[in-house]
Design a protein around this ligand. Structure first.
Ligand SMILES: [Zn+2]
Ligand SMILES: [Zn+2]
Length: 577
């Protein structure tokens, strides 16, 4: 990877108002229940709507009624008809029959066969937090949640291509992973955040990290899900953790007639009347593998197909796993079993129990996926933390990067002195082992040296920045942003935030002189969505020049006062959309 173009190009992403960059995960919402119509309500003036065919910017509009008409979209007010509606910023989606969903990710709504197709583009770690909300919200220990975050992230990395032909990465159902954006909490976000980018690797590839609810006391091999998969880390082994918490026993009665109908509905060939059912083959873990149905004729079916057919027709809570015995009760069968789900890989009840018993997330993962390596790369480089007095360092090479702590603390003191604003929080410097890992984790192009979200400053490898001569200016820039953002009025335009930071920077910086012909609205766009390194560089220069001018005219104390109080109209308080 080439890094010739690296300079003090720094983009700051703050959690809420600014859409994150980079197509991290394109997620289809309401995949199985695609609505025919919906309403989009922009959040105050913090959203923008584009109507496409070709695109025209509709700005912020009153509640938008969107309806699918064949493969086209009809929107009101308007009326307008076209191919898609795109919304950025913060908005609420109201789908009939569902609770409203407030989102801050760019969304595209298209139509197909009279149904609306909603695709959001979100940072991968936000997707992981959303999956935790769907799959692990009841986990009490932080370590078990963290283990689940790594499993969910690795699963996503491994199976990302599944919906490629349909134009997105993941659906929001258990076909991919159960996503519940409405139920995301700070705790779930932190679990994802704590292991950002960490995957489980096997043989140079992200592992196929299957997981399930409850293994019933023994996990299953990969063969049950994919006979082709070479995954020795998915093996049949005893699990005493889940059963210590809850034996996971269940029983279900299914009438022979219900069974015949369920199998027929799934297209499974059966005898005309099912009289008896026998388990003729079991898997290494003792699960039913093949069943023999007989009556007037006989047929052998896979136990998994059988369970899916019953689940679809009669509900998923009847026959919950393939780990069961069957008894014939005349007109019905009695299934008595243990566990919930396919039993392959991580057992969620067991993992939750391991966490409560004090096991670390590494121990949980190596128990359920033995032989895999945990790390940011296939070489198994993992995060290690070092704590300074004021800042924390997360690095894969802590010995090499240790000196960044002292550098950052010195720069932070300088930033606090120049502004007079002590920083209450404790920033974390996260140094990536390679430009490639940095790009994958942040979604930033390689020419963006660092990006900040919340209190986490993500940096390209220190060696790369040092060679480019921009290590100090990069770290200073990001720290100044944290200090400024900790005081910033919520409606402060980007150009002013950026300009103040650049004005206050002491480290040598490669920003050229400003171009006065760039208007404020254009400047906001260039800063929030730079199309190139060159454009971002020009935007920085223009932002700095404007703030320099304000300081020359009004003095630095007045300008810093505006950071907290908001920008007066005379100073360019225009807020761009
Ligand atoms: Zn899917
Ligand atoms: Zn288990």
């Amino acid at each position: 990877m080439k890094r010739l173009a690296l300079l003090a190009a720094l983009v700051v992403l703050f959690a809420a108002p600014i859409a994150a960059q980079g197509p991290d995960a394109r997620v289809r919402l309401y995949w199985l229940q695609a609505p025919e119509s919906l309403r989009i309500v922009a959040h105050a003036d913090a959203a923008s709507v584009r109507l496409c065919s070709p695109c025209t910017n509709a700005g912020v509009v009153a509640p938008l009624e969107v309806k699918a008409v064949g493969n086209q979209i009809e929107a009101k007010p308007g009326p307008w008809r076209g191919d898609s509606v795109e919304v950025e910023g913060t908005y609420r989606v109201e789908v009939p029959g569902h609770a409203a969903l407030t989102l801050a990710y760019p969304i595209t709504v298209r139509a197909g066969d009279g149904r609306l197709q909603l695709t959001v583009t979100m940072p991968l770690e936000d997707y992981v937090a959303g999956v935790l909300a769907g799959e692990a919200s009841s986990f009490r220990s932080a370590e078990s949640l963290t283990a689940m975050a790594v499993a969910a992230r690795t699963y996503a990395a491994r199976f990302r291509g599944r919906h490629q032909a349909e134009g997105f990465d993941f659906c929001d159902t258990t076909h991919c992973q159960d996503l519940r954006l409405r139920a995301v909490t700070d705790r779930l976000e932190e679990a994802a955040e704590a292991t950002e980018g960490e995957l489980l690797w096997y043989d140079g590839l992200p592992a196929a990290t299957y997981y399930h609810r409850h293994c019933g006391g023994s996990t299953e091999t990969a063969r049950a899900l994919d006979p082709e998969l070479r995954a020795p880390y998915l093996r049949a082994q005893h699990d005493g953790f889940c059963t210590a918490k809850d034996p996971g026993e269940w029983q279900a009665e299914v009438t022979k007639e219900e069974l015949r109908q369920a199998l027929a509905a799934a297209g499974i060939e059966t005898p005309v009347s099912v009289q008896s059912l026998a388990i003729v083959e079991r898997t290494p873990s003792g699960r039913a593998e093949r069943l023999r149905l007989s009556g007037s004729g006989a047929a052998t079916v896979s136990a998994t197909d059988f369970r899916f057919a019953v689940g679809r027709a009669l509900g998923w809570n009847r026959i919950r796993s393939d780990l069961y015995e069957v008894r014939d009760l005349g007109d019905r069968f009695l299934f008595r079993g243990r566990g919930h789900g396919h039993g392959v890989g991580l057992c969620q009840v067991g993992a939750a129990q391991m966490g409560e018993a004090g096991k670390s997330y590494r121990e949980i993962l190596s128990f359920y996926y033995p032989g895999t390596a945990l790390g940011l790369t296939a070489q198994g480089l993992g995060w290690q933390a070092r704590a300074g007095e004021r800042v924390e360092l997360l690095s894969t090479r802590p010995t090499e990067d240790q000196s960044l702590i002292a550098l950052a603390e010195r720069l932070l003191r300088g930033a606090e002195q120049r502004t007079g604003w002590p920083l209450g929080q404790r920033p974390q410097l996260r140094v990536y082992p390679s430009v490639e890992v940095y790009r994958n984790a942040t979604g930033q192009p390689g020419w963006v040296a660092a990006s900040t979200r919340g209190q986490v400053i993500r940096l390209q490898p220190a060696r790369v920045l040092r060679e480019a001569g921009t290590l100090e200016s990069t770290v200073e820039h990001e720290l100044l942003h944290l200090v400024v953002e900790s005081r910033a009025h919520p409606r402060l335009p980007l150009w002013f935030r950026e300009g103040v930071v650049l004005y206050l920077s002491q480290a040598r910086s490669a920003v050229p002189s400003g171009d006065p012909s760039i208007g404020l609205e254009q400047l906001e766009r260039m800063l929030s969505q730079p199309r190139s390194e060159e454009e971002l560089r020009r935007a920085y220069a223009a932002a700095r020049a404007r703030v320099e001018e304000l300081v020359a005219r009004h003095g630095l104390p007045a300008v810093l006062g505006w950071v907290e109080a908001g920008l007066p109209a005379a100073a360019g308080a225009h807020r761009s959309r």
